[in-house]
Ligand binder design. Structure first.
Ligand code: NI
Length: 230
């Protein structure tokens, strides 16, 4: 399941993130990749210890916290500290790879913890008209989607997928990327809850708090109680 999250960042937050990243010093993205991924990874990343990193991470996490669609689709238990990358020049692509199943948090207040990556998320930070290429391509379907979103929008996708970032042939593609451990590990169960929550919200918009909406909300929460691992 792919979920497009529109307007994760406000215009002001986006401008602040872009300004900080445009002034940043970048390092080789292979530093944080496993051996398979490192062999196909050609991009740049913001080092975890960079002076801008902590404020940018707080900005992204704060934005996710208020995004109802993110919560409904991901049912987040823990979110890895967001990282930031840049595709441009010779460091302009990331070939087919699968993200590591378990990520180790190296620094910050959660240092030492291990987080299972159920979902991957890419938050686009560059205006798509400012660069060519750079589509996120997620394998698995007959015609794999080629994703290039407005700056400030994000895509949520299964961390189990083989995916790549196509070469950027003009300009620079800035993004934030991070993984989510979900309260609901099973993709099929998470999908059922998301579909039910989406339908319930529409029912409520149409009819208000009807007795049926209240009853189905109870069923939603009872399923979540059954399946959630807190
Ligand atoms: Ni990846």
């Amino acid at each position: 399941m792919l979920v497009h999250l529109p307007h994760v960042l406000t215009a002001d937050e986006l401008a602040r993130a872009q300004a900080a990243l445009q002034a940043a010093d970048w390092t080789d993205g292979r530093a944080t990749a496993g051996p398979q991924a490192a062999s196909v990874k050609r991009n740049q990343q913001l080092p975890a210890g960079h002076p801008a990193t902590a404020a940018l991470q707080a900005l992204v996490l704060g934005a996710l916290d208020r995004h109802a669609l993110f919560f409904s689709a991901a049912l987040p238990k823990r979110v890895l500290p967001p990282a930031f990358n840049r595709y441009a020049g010779a460091a302009n692509h990331y070939g087919n790879h699968v993200d590591q199943a378990v990520r180790h948090i190296a620094s910050g207040p959660q240092a030492g913890q291990r987080v299972r990556s159920d979902l991957s998320c890419t938050l686009f930070l560059s205006d798509p008209a400012s660069y060519d290429g750079g589509e996120l391509v997620i394998d698995g379907d007959f015609q794999p989607p080629r994703i290039k979103l407005a700056a400030g929008d994000a895509i949520l996708y299964p961390a189990t997928s083989v995916h790549r970032v196509e070469p950027v042939t003009r300009g620079a593609r800035l993004a934030s990327f991070f993984w989510i451990e979900s309260l609901v590990r099973c993709t099929a169960q998470r999908r059922l809850l998301f579909d039910m929550d989406t339908a319930l919200q529409r029912l409520r918009q149409r009819d208000g708090e009807s007795a049926e909406a209240v009853a189905l909300t109870g069923t939603y929460h009872n399923l979540l109680r059954l399946w959630a691992d807190t």
